[in-house]
Design a protein around this ligand. Structure first.
Ligand code: RIB
Length: 296
């Protein structure tokens, strides 16, 4: 099985603040850092660190070479990236001392992806393969629809949530991985179980709903499984969902049971949130296995 992560590549500009700003408030920041990021990049890295052979698709600008250099250094196939964008996407990330954050996203080259590019990319894949995507680029609906019609297994992380996601045919995604807020916004539900089941009714075969510090739940039409989170001191939650997505999905593809897959995802994201940053703080497999043993 070939694995394609189609998604966003962002330059993350991270500002450490004493607290998240109020409306109209000016704050001095205690630290400024530039990191590689974007949900596509982060999820590709997490998938790869979990153990998968991953190729990426997406678009960057002239200022984004360091992103693809980083991915290549990590063993990810970057051969299909389109480098002809004007500006690479970037994210302004404000973090507070409790690890909470808020973001401003500039789409840049991520939003210039065309159907022609998607067709060329997909022509290298078949019904034996998997594509994972998110909602930070243009053409998400197009690529999902095309991949689905070619019989390629599809996984969607519909993040970040925007109202137009409700108009997507979510059943074109075999696997839906999303957080509580996204799940409730899309399908409603008063409890985790109700939300997971309402999402399932929209057509995907497997639903994985992440619940932050409460863990995650899984539903596939017959089996409803809960997985508690590990308790850690979070300093920066940026990238936690991407880390979970890559690790959990890899485990499911390997044939692991949903509980084991979610536990591995939760362990990886628990480790990720204990450090500042997103992509660079995704733990490697060895660290995740060690953490799981220590927290059995
Ligand atoms: O999920 C975290 C990512 O969201 C960050 O790396 C940022 O670029 C935004 O895309």
């Amino acid at each position: 099985m070939k694995i394609l992560v189609f998604g966003s590549f962002n330059i993350d500009k991270v500002y450490s603040l004493p607290h998240l700003p109020e409306r109209g408030e000016t704050l001095y920041c205690g630290g400024y850092e530039i990191h590689v990021g974007g949900k596509g990049l982060n999820q590709a890295l997490a998938f790869s660190k979990a153990g998968a052979d991953v190729s990426v698709g997406g678009k960057i600008g002239k200022d984004g070479r360091f992103l693809t250099d980083y991915l290549q250094k990590c063993g990810i196939d970057i051969g299909d990236i389109d480098h002809t964008g004007e500006f690479t996407g970037h994210t302004i990330i404000e973090t507070d001392p409790d690890g909470q954050n808020q973001m401003i996203l500039f789409g840049g080259a991520n939003r210039e992806i065309t159907p022609e590019y998607c067709d060329k990319l997909l022509s290298k894949y078949s019904d034996a393969d998997l594509i994972l995507t998110q909602y930070e680029t243009s053409c998400v609906e197009y690529i999902l629809e095309r991949a689905h019609s070619m019989g390629i297994k599809t996984a969607l992380n519909p993040s970040p949530y925007v109202d137009e996601i409700k108009n997507l045919e979510l059943g074109k995604a075999d696997i839906l991985i999303l957080n509580e807020f996204e799940g409730k916004s899309i399908a409603g539900g008063d409890t985790d179980e109700e939300t997971a089941k309402a999402l399932y009714d929209l057509g995907s075969k497997e639903i994985i709903l992440t619940l932050g510090s409460r863990g995650a739940v899984y539903y596939n039409g017959s089996e409803y499984v809960k997985c508690p989170a590990f308790s850690v001191r979070a300093v920066d939650t940026t990238g936690a969902g991407d880390t979970f997505t890559g690790y959990c999905l890899y485990e499911l593809l390997k044939g692991e049971k949903p509980l084991k897959a979610m536990m591995t995802g939760c362990a990886a994201s628990a480790l990720e949130v204990t450090k500042h940053g997103a992509a660079e703080t995704i733990p490697d497999r060895e660290a995740v296995e060690k953490f799981l043993k220590e927290n059995e």
